[in-house]
Ligand binder design. Structure first.
Ligand code: SAH
Ligand code: TRP
Length: 390
């Protein structure tokens, strides 16, 4: 599968069009709290409008589909935290193992390839940034890290991530951004130019972006390319060709991406990771209906929907679905929409793509990134890729 795989009609339900707030909205939403700035690109009203548009589109499509972004309310983030501790869910442990072993090596590589090292560390889909501590500590050890920018749709998780990062690194500027990484990457704070970096901080202008947890696999191939391209355009050198510096010239700020991807393996292990025996993933999946009930005035009966996890060998992804166990209707007051379900009808709620090295390399290359280093855990369950912006 390449990042250009054409999608069948059933696979083309997309996120809604631009819903970017005006600069005045953003300014009103920038709040400083104990050394942590929180910048909101999704106000509550915008979030509600985006959710409503996604749900109307998804539940009137054939087959029905709901986008995974809305899993992560407070209960959803709590349940995801529980998933990361399940015996069947190896991903978080594998990625943490790679990070604990390799963080110093990652940082040494970055010092070698980014002029002056990393001054800005951005994390996409950061959640509570738990594994990220290992990277933050290694980066802070270089003495060049100036700011940490966690980016997520879940404002509450960002607050917790910010407080923990400040507690561990009191001098660090924490600038959290609430936004949708499918829409708002262009609004990330700009990389510092070398002219802005003074000799005192040794002209560090490099940016590291971490995108961990295999979250990139929750996007469809075209959305992946869109995200990686938008990111490259925002943080990479202004002209393709990589960081350059002639004699007497300031080097261009360089950028690197640390990408976590789950790897192809025995489908039985993959399915178990998304259908655990304790039923936590099932509760996480159904929580999406609770979000719709609360935020859109819905009347979904959670007992009417079964959790399904299935391996799709052609697309090389796990699909999560909610299957209607009987014929039923649900009404969403905020949309004035009645949705009918047949017995056995399924709503797709999530995909989680699995990769091998060539697949990661292709996705990166299609978006202006070059794979530079590749690390896995000893069992080769999960990979961390270090890529450079071209
Ligand atoms: N990085 C953490 C969390 C992964 S869970 C880890 O590796 O354990 C996925 C995270 O991505 C959640 O915190 C969720 O809120 C966030 N997320 C999901 N869709 C998003 C979107 N469209 N924009 C921004 N963040 C999103
Ligand atoms: N990024 C995670 C993954 O794809 C998210 C995740 C884990 C998830 N378990 C889930 C999403 C269950 C929806 C349902 O593995």
């Amino acid at each position: 599968m390449t990042s250009r795989t054409p999608m069948s009609g059933a696979d083309t339900v997309r996120s809604p069009a631009a819903r970017t707030p005006t600069p005045a909205d953003v300014a009103a939403m920038v709040k400083a709290r104990g050394g942590i700035t929180i910048e909101r690109h999704l106000t509550d009203a915008q979030r509600a409008a985006a959710l409503a548009a996604d749900v109307r589109r998804g539940l009137t499509a054939v087959p029905k589909e709901l986008p995974p972004t809305w899993f992560y309310d407070a209960a959803g983030s709590m349940l995801f935290g529980k998933i990361t501790e399940l015996p069947e869910y190896y991903q978080t442990r594998a990625e943490r193992a790679i990070l604990s072993e390799r963080a110093p090596e990652v940082v040494a590589e970055l010092a070698a390839v980014l002029a002056g090292g990393v001054d800005t560390f951005i994390e996409l889909g950061s959640g509570i940034s738990d594994k990220t501590r290992l990277l933050l500590a290694a980066l802070a050890g270089t003495g060049r890290l100036r700011r940490f920018i966690p980016f997520d749709v879940d404002a509450e998780a960002l607050g917790r991530a910010g407080v923990a990062a400040r507690a561990a690194h009191p001098g660090l500027a924490v600038h959290a951004v609430v936004g949708d990484f499918r829409q708002h990457l262009g609004l990330l704070p700009a990389p510092r130019t070398s002219q802005q970096a003074t000799a005192g901080d040794r002209a560090a202008t490099g940016t590291l972006v971490a995108f961990l947890g295999g979250t990139i696999g929750n996007l469809r191939p075209p959305e992946r390319t869109e995200l990686l391209s938008a990111l490259r355009d925002r943080v990479g050198p202004r002209e393709q060709g990589g960081p350059r510096s002639g004699p007497g010239e300031h080097p261009e700020p360089g950028a690197a991406l640390l990408l976590g991807t789950d790897l192809l393996k025995d489908p039985a292990r993959l399915v178990a990771a998304y259908d655990d025996s304790a039923g936590v993933t099932a509760a996480f999946n159904r929580n999406l209906l609770t979000v719709l009930n609360r935020e859109l005035g819905g009347d979904f009966d959670l007992r009417g929907f079964a959790h399904v996890a299935a391996w799709d060998p052609e697309n090389r992804w796990i699909e999560m679905r909610l299957r209607s166990v009987r014929p039923q209707k649900a009404y969403l007051a905020a949309l004035d929409l009645t949705v009918s379900f047949e017995e056995g009808e399924e709503v797709r709620t999530e995909i989680s793509a699995k990769f091998d090295r060539p697949a990661v390399e292709r996705d990166l290359a299609a978006a202006g990134w070059r794979l530079h280093r590749w690390w896995t855990d000893p069992n080769e369950d999960f990979a961390l890729s270090l890529a450079l912006a071209l």
